[in-house]
Design a protein around this ligand. Structure first.
Ligand code: UT7
Length: 340
């Protein structure tokens, strides 16, 4: 259990713009069923997914950095900010364009955000909450006054498309927010964040090769050890347990109950995971915002894209408490409570 102190500070931060972007190609369950031994019915029943977006690697606009750049442009536009106004770019991803430079640096170049320092962070599917928490902490101390926080992933590049136990879940996309300094007395701000990692559970979801430890040789390539390997059933249980625990932590740290929460945006890994968390928290399912049916699991991008869609369709209204809640490879977990 996390013990992060929630320290009073001179400043606070709030989200003032959101954006999201997806590749053009939509891959339906029906199309997937032509290449692996599965069915549309099985996928929908066990995951809630109907289709997902898949990047075209020969189109730079659909590289990780291309999707992230477009999501960031939309968030900047909503915020009424120019790229040159931005102090820092935090880009959460586990599927960077290149190992070096960081995808955040590609995005900084694309945007022309000349003043911003930029870095990638990898907490897999929890990455957006980690990035938003870091930006919030730096804004609270006055180290920066604003930031772009992006969650962007192209999981299709690391998916074993012969493994029906995992390939049905993943898709590509990017979501971004602009966060800016505000008064700690403003009700419209980020309240708390709680983060956790448990590296002992690495084996539940990992990519064995492609880092500095194991080179991608022809043998490795043949074994597909450069692709994601997942123990789905075990992750499912761990995800429900830790997301429930971290949602409860966010509520108790703010002396709130589930009745105070208007919306929960949980990582979109599997609709059944989200339903199980809602049941354990005794939250009506209508409060769990989802886009998994049309988007699949796009890792660090799921939470900011759901946020953006529901800001734009005006489900999210000023004054509402919103709880973000995620788990991911590592294993990592995070929750963040904000008031819109
Ligand atoms: O961002 C985090 C990333 N990962 C996750 O969040 C994964 C979390 N886990 C899950 O979402 C689910 O565990 C899966 C969707 C991956 C699998 O669903 P499940 O209900 O846990 O299925 P299972 O692994 O227990 O398999 C049940 C059966 C097996 O057949 P038998 O042994 O009972 O005959 C599988 O072989 O379903 C079979 N199966 C499939 N059948 C049709 C597994 N995948 C498929 C498939 N189509 N795609």
């Amino acid at each position: 259990m996390a013990t992060q102190p929630q320290v009073p500070s001179a400043f606070a931060s709030r989200i003032i713009g959101t954006g999201s972007h997806f590749p053009q190609k939509i891959l339906t369950n029906g199309e997937l069923a032509k290449t692996v031994d599965t069915t549309d019915e099985w996928i929908q029943e066990r995951t809630g997914i109907h289709s997902r977006h898949i990047s075209n690697s020969s189109n730079p606009a659909e590289w990780n950095s291309g999707l992230a750049t477009e999501a960031a442009r939309k968030a900047l536009e909503m915020a009424g900010k120019k790229p040159e106004d931005i102090d820092a770019i935090f880009l959460a991803t586990c599927t960077p364009d290149t190992l070096i430079p960081s995808t955040a640096c590609w995005v900084q170049k694309n945007l022309g955000a000349k003043k911003a320092w930029a870095l990638d962070l990898n907490a897999a599917c929890s990455g957006f909450i980690f990035g938003l928490s870091f930006a919030d902490q730096m804004i609270r101390t006055g180290f920066i006054r604003n930031a772009l926080v992006i969650g962007s992933d192209v999981l299709s590049a690391f998916t074993n498309w012969n493994d029906r136990g995992s390939c049905i879940l993943f898709g590509d996309g990017a979501g971004a927010v602009v966060v800016e300094q505000t008064s700690p007395h403003s009700p419209h701000r980020i309240y708390t964040s709680h983060l956790k990692s448990d590296g002992a559970l690495w084996e539940l979801f990992h990519i064995p090769a492609g880092g500095s430890r194991v080179e991608v040789t022809p043998e490795v390539f043949e074994r597909k050890d450069h692709k994601m390997q997942m123990k789905g059933r075990e992750i499912f249980k761990e995800a429900v347990r830790t997301m429930t625990e971290y949602a409860e932590l966010a509520l108790s740290a703010n002396r709130l109950t589930t009745a105070d929460i208007s919306w929960v945006i949980a990582h979109q890994a599997n609709a059944r995971i989200i339903e199980s968390v809602a049941k354990r928290l005794d939250l009506p399912l209508e409060k769990m915002l989802m886009n998994i049916e049309r988007r699949g699991n796009n890792s660090a991008a799921t939470i900011p894209t759901v946020l953006d869609e529901n800001v734009r369709n005006q489900k999210i209204q000023p004054g509402q408490f919103i709880l973000l809640d995620a788990f991911g490879a590592g294993l990592t977990t995070g929750s963040l409570l904000l008031r819109w």
